[in-house]
Design a protein around this ligand. Structure first.
Ligand SMILES: Nc1ncnc2c1ncn2[C@@H]1O[C@H](COP(=O)(O)OP(=O)(O)O)[C@@H](O)[C@H]1O
Ligand SMILES: [Mg+2]
Length: 361
């Protein structure tokens, strides 16, 4: 899977950029606030139809403008296609080879990417919501069908909650049954995905950290399949009082473990970073297995996350796996000179890119 060209227009602070990324490593460096993450976000957005940061569409359009556009050329399984994404007001319009994409699933597998950014490391310490969001996103990128199950559950939840707040609650049992059905399907998908990821995570962690302490990843559903309905019945009164469903997969969590203990409290910062990186590489492996070719890897602000040696090892690993990589960094200091020479190097300055002539373009 290759991104051979990308053009942005009025996307965040970027008035206009036309980039032909290297098939190997493209390195974007520049001071903070110049638009490096914005560019990676645009790549991710083009592939999924949604940004990796939790934002609203109007925020993506350059201030003072009414539209933004992203255009990309990708090669998947040797076939070249063009993806465009237009943003206007709160709306987005995606086309693949000139045809308007109606459902997000149609975009699936054209341009998959895995992101590793400081925000990802933060999810170790944040609440369950950020880990749940991560899990669902990763799951969706490997399985377009998951979106259906996801929406199904959350739509049902919304309807049950609306009912809880209304004056006639006679249909509550019906909605509880519905929630049970879609909730179980959602939990099974999450559980299966986590089980696939675990051995891959362990293998990458061992390699990255070079140490013996085992890591674990556990899916922690808020309710068991077997007693979900009973829980709903038990919480009926408090659900009615709060006007919201208290228990269910919308409360699920993902537990990160090191040496059998919570990574959040027992892992050093370095271990937490290595863990999340290993998790991302596990996601990459899994995507490669399901898509038949490696996705792109987007490494945001890499020098803030990893030391020199880890960057070196990571880039070596990705190169050997023939993964196309886009990296942003505030400094090229931690990057191996040999690696720099074989990367395409660009400086990002107030939303503009300057090619700095190193490596193949
Ligand atoms: N819709 C927008 N219009 C114009 N500028 C924006 C918009 N959204 C974000 N920005 C600007 O983009 C810059 C941040 O870009 P970012 O990609 O996060 O920088 P960095 O190079 O540090 O990764 C900030 O200066 C911010 O004000
Ligand atoms: Mg940034």
């Amino acid at each position: 899977m290759l991104l051979t060209g990308i053009r942005l227009e009025n996307y965040r602070n970027i008035a206009g950029i036309d980039l032909r990324p290297s098939s190997q490593i493209t390195l974007l460096y520049g001071l903070n606030g110049q638009g490096k993450t914005n560019l990676l976000e645009a790549v991710y957005l083009l592939g999924t139809g949604r940004p990796f940061r939790n934002v609203k569409v109007p925020d993506l359009i350059r201030h003072g403008w009414s539209n933004a556009a992203i255009w990309g050329q990708v090669q998947t399984a040797g076939v070249t296609s063009e993806i465009t994404l237009q943003l206007e007001g709160r709306h987005r319009r995606v086309t693949v080879d000139g045809k308007v994409v109606q459902r997000a699933a149609e975009l699936h597998g054209k341009l998959a990417s895995v992101v590793f950014s400081p925000d990802d490391t933060a999810m170790v310490k944040l609440g369950p919501e950020s880990r749940r969001r991560y899990l669902d996103r990763a799951l969706y990128s490997s399985n377009a069908g998951f979106l259906h199950e996801y929406h199904d559950y959350y739509r049902t939840l919304k309807q049950r909650n609306a009912l809880l707040r209304s004056s006639t609650t006679t249909a509550l049992d019906i909605w509880s049954e519905q929630l049970l059905g879609s909730g179980i399907r959602l939990m099974r998908q999450r559980n299966r995905y986590v089980r696939h990821l675990l051995p891959l995570l362990q293998e990458h962690y061992r390699r990255i950290a070079g140490s013996g302490e085992p890591v674990g990843l556990t899916y922690c559903p808020d309710v068991d399949e077997a007693d979900f309905l009973e829980q709903l019945e038990q919480c009926r009164e408090s659900d009615l009082r709060h006007g919201a469903t208290g228990r269910g997969p919308h409360r699920d969590d993902l537990e990160f473990l090191i040496d059998g203990r919570p990574l959040k409290t027992f892992g050093s910062q370095g271990q937490q970073r290595s863990f999340v990186l290993a998790l991302k590489l596990a996601e990459l492996d899994h995507l490669q297995q399901t898509l038949g070719e490696p996705p792109l890897m987007l490494l945001d602000d890499i020098a803030s996350e990893l030391d020199r040696e880890r960057i070196h090892n990571l880039l070596g690993f990705l190169r050997q796996r023939e993964v196309q990589v886009l990296i942003t960094t505030t400094t090229t200091v931690g990057i191996d000179p040999g690696m720099l020479q074989t990367s395409s190097l660009y400086r990002m300055d107030a939303g503009t890119l300057t090619y700095e002539g190193t490596g193949p373009r």
